[in-house]
Design a protein around this ligand. Sequence first.
Ligand SMILES: C[S@@+](CC[C@H](N)C(=O)[O-])C[C@H]1O[C@@H](n2cnc3c(N)ncnc32)[C@H](O)[C@@H]1O
Length: 305
Amino acid sequence: MAPTAVNGTGNGTSREHEVLHRAGGTQRSGAAAPEAATAPAGGSAPSSQHPVDLQRAREAIRLALPEPGSKFSQDDEFCVVAQPDGTWGEYRFHDYDRIFGVPGLYEKIFYDVLGCDSPRFMVGLLSEALAAAGEQASALRVLDLGAGNGIMAEELAAVGVEHSVGVDILTEARDAALRDRPGLYADYQVADLTRLSAAQRETLAGHELNALTVVAALGFGDIPPAAFRTAYDLVAPGGWVVLTIKDAFLDATDTSGFGGMIGESIRSGALEVVRRERFQHRLATDSSPLLYEGIVARKRGQLAG
Ligand SMILES: C[S@@+](CC[C@H](N)C(=O)[O-])C[C@H]1O[C@@H](n2cnc3c(N)ncnc32)[C@H](O)[C@@H]1O
């Protein structure tokens, strides 16, 4: 499906944007024509240096969003990307396997065009929480669930974390992390945490994890409550839990299972909230803000449910 118009990105002008924490620190304006080879640099590049060819690949990608008036659920969002043969290929945002297969495409869609900066925002909150608690980032041994192509590992390393373990359900995610951000994860397991093999459980337990990060990966057909619980159980008592979740998933009316499990654990104190911020995770393709809850907590007991 060819786009009839291209949506540059959100310009962050609504009042709501201004009063909320903007995870995407850079604002862009105006519409980009599909002929423009690059979206304006911005979004927020993950903190550290990328291999030069990843940055070049990211800049060279040409993509277009659906016409601004069209609205899609977060499950159905897509863009079209110029292919080497001059045609446009459609990529659903949840087709991570295909997106990770194209170096720079994930960063282009979600960072450059849709203004995501959630990994850096959440690691910033964690860093502040650690400082307030008088703890060192270097003491953390992090399980990064839904690790994707490694952006969280890059942000964690930037604040001094020395041991991160990635887990993702997709082989393509691990391949992309090793390709684009080599050396940042001490280990990266491709695993379904709802069906963890004994060997994988033993491997993960061997990392003596004391922190869990799950950013931009809970719900929406991604990580289910049961997988989150398995990861949580791998973290030592008193460990840190860093997660983002769409605000609606924590509502009393939520039917995903997260509201009961995480919401109830917060209420009972099993999950002791240290920081909780409502923030703009990214823009939707119609430029409306997608608001998430960012939570930094400590594991004080078993999850509810
Ligand atoms: C939007 S990406 C976020 C990646 C990374 N956390 C970041 O912020 O850059 C969501 C990731 O969750 C992964 N994922 C989806 N379902 C999963 C599951 N059941 N178990 C583990 N990972 C899953 C996807 O493969 C994808 O890599």
